[in-house]
Design a binder for this molecule. Structure first.
Ligand code: HEM
Ligand code: HEM
Length: 180
């Protein structure tokens, strides 16, 4: 079982990162929507802590994933080269952009609130911006827009993957088993 990606194959490292991050992102989208509809209080503060810890973990994971893909290029989307392939690649790169923008904006909004951002209840991460009500408002609006755009794009991504797999081109099989 190859660890690295091949010209027509997703290696084990890429596949594990894809599925671990996919699960965490779906959990985080649900958790984020839940906490944003709650009144912060002592009983639910741990949910905010969990959201921030998982979010910062995802930020570290996406950096590692990008570095890995620079070292081991993933295969091109299945199908003949052309506009469709370019479109799928651009979609994937936009997903990467959002996987960075979502946690950064959440981290910046939390910093602007003036409350320490604590990772795993152990260490305080440095603030990204100075505390200010205006900055807090703007960063959390951006966090919401980026997160909801990510949610919409992920839904399309999942439907497209299922549709192509049902069409018989092996797109999903390749992300599950490595080869189509
Ligand atoms: C991939 C990572 C992340 C995802 C998918 C995510 C997703 C979300 C979503 C969907 C919301 C609800 C937005 C709304 O409807 O207003 C939210 C809220 C929130 N997020 Fe994140 N988030 C991530 C990372 C982070 C990080 C790293 C932090 C801070 C260090 C953070 C802090 C917050 C806070 C404090 C709220 C509540 C804001 C409010 O009460 O209006 N998030 N997140
Ligand atoms: C939930 C968040 C998700 C994100 C952010 C995401 C992101 C990505 C990205 C960036 C790629 C390009 C390959 C790479 O760079 O690793 C990819 C490929 C793929 N994803 Fe996801 N994904 C998610 C969830 C899912 C789910 C739930 C499915 C299941 C249907 C899925 C199916 C696939 C397939 C089949 C490919 C291979 C596409 C190809 O060969 O061109 N993804 N995903």
């Amino acid at each position: 079982m190859a660890l690295r990606n091949g010209p027509d194959e997703f290696g084990l490292v890429t596949r594990v990162m894809h599925w671990v991050m996919a699960i965490l992102i779906l959990v985080m989208l649900a958790l984020g929507l839940r906490i944003s509809s709650m009144e912060p209080g002592l009983s639910n503060l741990w949910l905010y802590g969990l959201h921030k810890t998982l979010g910062l973990t995802l930020l570290a994971l996406v950096v590692l994933r990008i570095l890995w893909h620079l070292a081991s290029r993933p295969p091109a989307p299945i199908g003949p080269p052309g506009r469709m392939r370019l479109f799928v690649k651009t979609w994937h790169w936009t997903l990467y952009g959002l996987m960075i923008a979502v946690p950064i904006s959440g981290w910046a909004g939390s910093s602007a609130s003036g409350i320490d951002t604590v990772f795993a209840e152990t260490f305080v991460v440095p603030p990204l911006v100075q505390p200010s009500e205006r900055a807090e408002f703007v960063w959390f609006i951006l966090h919401e827009i980026f997160a909801k755009t990510l949610l919409g794009m992920v839904i399309v991504h999942i439907l497209a993957a299922l549709r192509r797999e049902m069409g018989g081109d092996g797109t999903l099989t390749r992300m599950l088993r490595g080869r189509a």
